[in-house]
Design a protein around this ligand. Sequence first.
Ligand SMILES: [Zn+2]
Length: 357
Amino acid sequence: MLRLPGLIDPHVHMREPGALHKEDWDSGTAAALAGGFTTVLAMPNTRPPIFDEQTLSLSLGAARQKARCDYAQFLGAGPDNSLSVSGLASRSAGLKMYLDMTFGQLRLDDMALWLPHFKNWPADMPIVVHAEGRSMAAAMLMAAIHNRPVHIAHISLREEILLIKAARERGLRVTCEVAPHHLFLTDHSAGEGGLRGKPGRSQVRPRLARQADVDALWANLEVIDCFATDHAPHTLEEKDSDDPPPGFPGLETALPLLLTAVHEGRLTVDQIIEKCFTNPRRIFNLPAQPETWIEVDQDAVYEIRAADHYTRCGWTPFEGWKVRGRVHKVVLRGIEVFRDGKLSAGPGSGRDIRSAE
Ligand SMILES: [Zn+2]
C-alpha cells in the first residue's frame, strides 16, 4: 500500500445552496473522501451565489451540518461588493473572480470592475480567477500592478501555460491549476466512454482542448502548481438535454487517473503529492491536518463505474476507463473515515478550516 497525505482539492462545486438534486455538502464531501481528498475548497457560483455575509453564513451553516471532510468556502467577486467581501475574507477560502462569465450576479463586465477587488482584498488572502486566454493575461497584469499573487483556475491551453511560464521566469507571482479532464480528454474525446456520442456530455468550461494543448500541459508539468478537479456535477438528464450545462464530476476519478499516469511513466508519485497537497496547502494557506493520510493500492486494476461513486450526479465522463490505482483507506484526524468503498464519516464531521475554533 502506498501512503499519501490527505489530498486537497482547491476547486469544487458543491451545488449548495440552490441545486441539491445535483450535489450537496453531504454527497459532495462523501465523494471527496472516496476520492482521497480530505480538504475541499468550494466555489461561490451557487444559487444564490456566495458573495456577502448572509450567503456565506448560509453555505457555511449547511456545511457545518453536512460536510464529511474539511472545507472552506470561496467568496464571489461582484460588480459592487469589493469592500463588503474583503471584510469577510478571513472566513473564506479566498476570492473567486469570474472574468469570462457573461451572466449572473458575479458578472464583471469590464476591467474597471476588477480593480477595486485587486485593491481591497487582503494581501495575505488568495485571489483565484476564471480567466481564459487574453483575459488571463489581463488578470496577471492587474495582479502585478497591485503587487499581489494571483492563482489561475483550470488552465487548458498551450498559450496559457507558456504565458504563465514566461511570466514566472520574469518574477511574476502567478500560480495555476489544471483539471484532470484537461489532461486526459481532448476535443476529439466526445463519443468515447462516458461521453457516448451525447454532445452535452463533453460540455465543460474551459472547453476540452486540442491534442496540441493537452501535449503542452504534459510537457510543462513543472509549471502546473495544482491538480484541481473542478468537480462540477450535473445530472445525466441535464447533460443529455437540449440545453446541457457545462461541467464534469471529478472528485472520484482524479486520483485513479493520476495513478494510472504514474504507472505509465508520465507522472511521479512525488508530483501527485506536490500538486495535490504541498502546493495547494501553501498557495491557499491551509492548516495542517494532524494524523491524516490515505492509503492507495497502486496495483488494483479496474474499470471506472459511476454506479460505484458517491456523487449524486450519477455519471462520469470516464465511464468504462480502465485504471490502475484505488483508494483503500482514508484517515482524517486519527479516525478511519473510508475503507474499501465504504464511508464511515458522519455528516458534520468535517471542519471549517477557516473557523477560529
Ligand atoms: Zn469551476
